[in-house]
Each structure stands twice: as structure tokens, then as C-alpha cells.
Design a protein around this ligand. Structure first.
Ligand SMILES: [Zn+2]
Length: 406
């Protein structure tokens, strides 16, 4: 707790945390982290993607990884990412006190999880996972002040061309553990401090465009209209039904609708809708998508308009490791009065990249007050933060024993 508060003092201001990756404040936070691990029998290394690693050699070279990210969004919260790393420091301290562990333990502070400055999330973890395939596009990215991404990186000793060499870091990885604040309201609503994360949602993002006919708002009778907004409005209500029918955490959001010509005296000719659908199960996600498509065609027919779908982005659901989920559940029950809960994660995390690379992975969530994150209002009860570190400590012990015995 003292370390977390110290970091907040050092790298925050009246508007919240300011540890944006590839800035001086971020570098200061990394330096602070280094200081916290000083004096422990660890090997320190910064990999070619800028990820900071500390290795406690165990009797087995197979490694249990504990990860987090010290970077924040501008005016961010004090716990997002930082809790993970600081809890990891505490676990490593504890392990080092016990002499050489049965398996190697590595703490990693991923570089630029948030993507706040250049709009590219999960930078360091995707490089280590080998899934970074957009280097050509990254080379052209600039921040709000016009600074190119490769220039900002090189100021911090990272050459974009070499970033994928970080892949070698996962070679001996036998398990990956990450503690994170939930950033949502579920655990608080259940009055539970901690939960096990089953995986991260798959996402389908589409632009759905309805096309009708612009016509005078005064002279066009109601039954003669081809109103594109009518299709969009019906679809917005239908996606809520689709999510409810699908259940198991399904969410559908129409995050924006742009109408043209967009004047008060005309029937809407085109309505461009932004649709985001998420589910932990790939089949159910595909079904939600096809249900929404079918519904949009039905509405287009009813309104005598046309509809067109264009995919903006998608990612498959990423499931965490079943046996690590069991260990995490056990760890939570031991520290939190016998109660645990399993839930999916809506946001993506570094853990998803590591899991995608084939490393058995699990995450713990600790309750977020009011479900708020990415704001200075982000908070968690101190007693819950303490429980979360204890649960991570137990989970690390169990995982080390499991990995050493394999
Ligand atoms: Zn985070």
C-alpha cells in the first residue's frame, strides 16, 4: 500500500496519474520501480520492445511470469496496471526471502499497454507475443504534437525495427499471472472482493449503413417515406434483445449514428451506425452477429430502404488456462472467506497477448469502486487491495509448485 501511494505521489497530479508511455514521467516511474527491487537477488533486463524484466532464478529454468504495466492514460487512475506491478514486486520480495524457488520467477513491466500517446495498445506484450504485425503502420504514426512513434521510442532506447526480438522472452515461460482492477461494476454488485478472469471477450465491430431517400419533411406523407433512420432505430433496440437472449455476459453497443443530410427539414437519407458486439464464446459471438445482420435486413425491407455491412475490426475471444483458473479460484477462496467468482473481461489486457502466444495464463480481478477506471476517480478499498496481493501471492506459490512438478 505504501509503495502504491508513493508512486501516486511521484507520478500523479490533481488530475490523476500521468504515467503515459514514452514520456519523462513514465521513465521516472520505471526508475522508481527499479529502485523498489534494488538489493534483491534479481537479474534485470530491458528487452528490445522496452519491457522491463526482473528474473529470480529457480531450480527449474521454466518460468512463472507475473506481469503488469506501469503506464497510464493521461489523467488516469492510480491502480490500473500499477497495482499489478507493485503486487508483483511484493510477491517477488516474499519469494526471494524464502531462498531459491523451485521454478524461475520473472516480473515484467510491459511497455505501453494503454497506447495513450500513439493509439496502439499492448505494444510491449504484442511484441513479446510475436503478434505485432503492424510495424509499417506504426512507423507512420504520430502523436498529437506531430512526433513520430519511432522517434519517441528511440528516445527511450527502443528501435521499432528490433521490437519483435522481444519474442525470445517467452521461450521458457510456463505460466503467466496478472492481477488487475476489474474496471467494471460486476464484483461490487456481488459484494465480492475478488474474481477469476475466464478470458477476454471476442469483439466484432461493424459499420452498418442504412440508405433511404432524402425528401421534404413537409410534403412527404408518412407512408411514402424511405427513412434510413427508422432502420437504424429499430436495429438499436433489437441489439439489446439479441444481447439479452444470448446471455452469458453478451454485450452489444451502437456507439454512434451519423445521419445525412442531417437537417430538420429532410427525411434521413443515410444512417451510418457503429456497432460493437462482444462475447467470450466464439460461436455465440458469431450467432449474435448473424442475428443482427438478419434483423437489419428485415428492418430494411419493412422500411423500403437498403442496408450494407462493413467490418471495421474484430478479434477472437481469448480463453485463459483451465488448470490455472482452478488454482486462482482456490487462492481467492483461501484469502477471501471461501468466496470466489468467475467472470469474463470486457477490456483487453497484456494477459490476452501472452495467452495468444500459447503461454498458460490467468488473471485475477479485484473489485473497482463504482466500476470506474481511466479517471482520477478510479479506486478500490484498501482492504480489498491487500486481499488481492495475498491472493496473487498464493497463486504464485501454487503455480511455482505446479510448474516445478511438471
Ligand atoms: Zn490496465
Amino acid at each position: 500500500m505504501a509503495d502504491l501511494k508513493e508512486l501516486r505521489e511521484l507520478t500523479g497530479d490533481e488530475n490523476g496519474a500521468q504515467r503515459v508511455a514514452w514520456t519523462d514521467t513514465w521513465e521516472q516511474a520505471r526508475e522508481w520501480l527499479r529502485g523498489k527491487l534494488d538489493g534483491l537477488p534479481l537479474e534485470e533486463e530491458i528487452d528490445p520492445a522496452g519491457n522491463q524484466w526482473w528474473t529470480l532464478r529457480g531450480r527449474s529454468h521454466r518460468a512463472v511470469l507475473i506481469g503488469g504495466h506501469i503506464d497510464s492514460v493521461p489523467n488516469g487512475g492510480w491502480l490500473d496496471g500499477a497495482l499489478n506491478v507493485v503486487a508483483g514486486v511484493e510477491v517477488v520480495r516474499h519469494l526471494a526471502e524464502g531462498g531459491q524457488p523451485a521454478a524461475t520467477v520473472r516480473l515484467v513491466n510491459w511497455a505501453d499497454e494503454e497506447g495513450a500517446r500513439f493509439g496502439r495498445s499492448l505494444f510491449g506484450s504484442s511484441a513479446a507475443a510475436g503478434s505485432m504485425v503492424d510495424q509499417d503502420e506504426l512507423r507512420a504514426r504520430r502523436d498529437a504534437d506531430g512526433v513520430a512513434l519511432p522517434d519517441a521510442l528511440s528516445e527511450h532506447g527502443v528501435d521499432l525495427d528490433d521490437a519483435l526480438e522481444a519474442r525470445s522472452q517467452l521461450e521458457d515461460a510456463a505460466a503467466y499471472l496478472e492481477l488487475h482492477i476489474e474496471q467494471g461494476p460486476v464484483l461490487e454488485s456481488l459484494d465480492l472482493p475478488l474474481g477469476v478472469v475466464l478470458g477476454t471477450f471476442g469483439v466484432e465491430r461493424h459499420q452498418v449503413t442504412f440508405r433511404g431517400q432524402a425528401a421534404h419533411a413537409g410534403s412527404t406523407p408518412m407512408d411514402k417515406r424511405r427513412d434510413a433512420l427508422a432502420g437504424a432505430a429499430k436495429l438499436e433496440l433489437e441489439i439489446r434483445e439479441i444481447a439479452n437472449r444470448t446471455g452469458n455476459g453478451a454485450v452489444c453497443t451502437m456507439g454512434g449514428v451519423v445521419t445525412r443530410p442531417g437537417i430538420v427539414t429532410s427525411v434521413v437519407e443515410t444512417a451510418e451506425c457503429l456497432l460493437d458486439q462482444r462475447h467470450l464464446d466464439a460461436n455465440q459471438l458469431a450467432e449474435m452477429l448473424s442475428n443482427a445482420e438478419a434483423a437489419s435486413r428485415r428492418f430494411a425491407q419493412e422500411e423500403d430502404i437498403e442496408v450494407e455491412w462493413e467490418r471495421i475490426w474484430n478479434i477472437e475471444p481469448i480463453l485463459f488456462d483451465e488448470s490455472l483458473i482452478e488454482l486462482a479460484d482456490e487462492s481467492i477462496r483461501e484469502v477471501a472467506g471461501g468466496q470466489s467468482h468467475r467472470l469474463p473481461s470486457g477490456p483487453l489486457h497484456d494477459a490476452a497477448e501472452v495467452a495468444r502466444a500459447g503461454v498458460p495464463t490467468v488473471m485475477l480481478f479485484v473489485q473497482s469502486l463504482r466500476g470506474l477506471s481511466h479517471t482520477k476517480l478510479e479506486d478500490t478499498k484498501e482492504e480489498h487491495l491487500e486481499l488481492s496481493v495475498q491472493a496473487l501471492d498464493r497463486l504464485a506459490d501454487k503455480t511455482i509448485a505446479r510448474v516445478a512438478a511438471e
